[in-house]
Design a protein around this ligand. Structure first.
Ligand SMILES: NC(=O)c1ccc[n+]([C@@H]2O[C@H](COP(=O)([O-])OP(=O)(O)OC[C@H]3O[C@@H](n4cnc5c(N)ncnc54)[C@H](OP(=O)(O)O)[C@@H]3O)[C@@H](O)[C@H]2O)c1
Length: 220
């Protein structure tokens, strides 16, 4: 059975990139937006790019129809975006890619969040959902450039074992990416923080980097 993925805020670079990669992997993808027009436009663009058929819908309709919900809105948009979607999302698996970065004086840093991480804030805003942190360290440039061979590890964190497993499988369906179980949702704080490190490395080396965990010996 084909599984479907709704991407909330899927009209930005990260959402479009994940949409492209998941459509190619065989998922039915619904791109969500605050604007139906922008959603249709992005679905058409990624459909042309991937030669797959994607759907576009307002965020709430997308959230209602996807088996999985992926959040690719900016951190600053979470508190406005999620409460109106809570009913449509219910107990679904919700993947947070959100990284609470701030840029000041041309330096990147993490916002100091009371909840610990953006993923834990998502869980607080959607108490019934099975929230999973994943895809934080994957840059949008390489995701959306479908000629780029993706490799590296995606650390997957959640408090629900089945949700973790489903998102690891989703990750493994994308080229040479490997999903690695990172443990409880609270660990997402550190995974989100690695993105700040990668942004700094990327700027210095004019590169788009990702991470790979060594030493797992096949157990992940
Ligand atoms: N860019 C990357 O390389 C990268 C890498 C790893 C993780 N991430 C994470 O992925 C998320 C998206 O990144 P992005 O670069 O694609 O972001 P973005 O382009 O700034 O935003 C993505 C989409 O979110 C919607 N949006 C913007 N402001 C919003 C608000 N206040 N409330 C609700 N929706 C809003 C917009 O869609 P509509 O206007 O169509 O609704 C926009 O197209 C971020 O949380 C980021 O931390 C990004």
């Amino acid at each position: 059975v084909t599984q479907s993925v709704a991407i909330i805020g899927g009209t930005g670079p990260e959402g479009k990139g994940l949409a492209a990669r998941l459509a190619i992997a065989g998922y039915e993808v619904i791109i969500g937006s605050r604007s139906a027009d922008r959603a249709f436009e992005a679905a058409g663009e990624i459909g042309t790019l991937t030669s797959r058929s994607l759907k576009g819908a307002p965020n709430e309709d997308a959230a209602a129809s996807g088996d999985f919900v992926i959040l690719t809105v900016p951190y600053s948009g979470l508190t406005d975006t999620l409460p109106p979607l809570a009913e449509a999302i219910g107990e679904k698996v919700v993947v947070s890619t959100v990284v609470p970065l701030q840029f000041a004086n041309r330096r990147v840093s993490m916002l100091d969040l009371e909840a610990g991480s953006a993923a834990q804030e998502v869980q607080a805003l959607l108490p019934r959902a099975k929230v999973v942190g994943a895809f934080h360290n994957l840059g949008a440039g390489h995701l959306v450039d479908i000629t780029h061979h993706l490799e590296g590890d995606v650390v997957v964190c959640s408090d629900d074992a089945e949700a973790t497993q489903a998102v690891i499988e989703m990750t493994n369906s994308i080229q040479a990416l490997r999903g690695v179980n990172g443990g409880p949702l609270a660990v997402s704080r550190y995974v989100e923080g690695i993105t700040a490190m990668l942004v700094s490395i990327n700027r210095l080396h004019k590169a788009e980097t990702n991470i790979k965990i060594v030493g797992l010996d096949g157990h992940y």
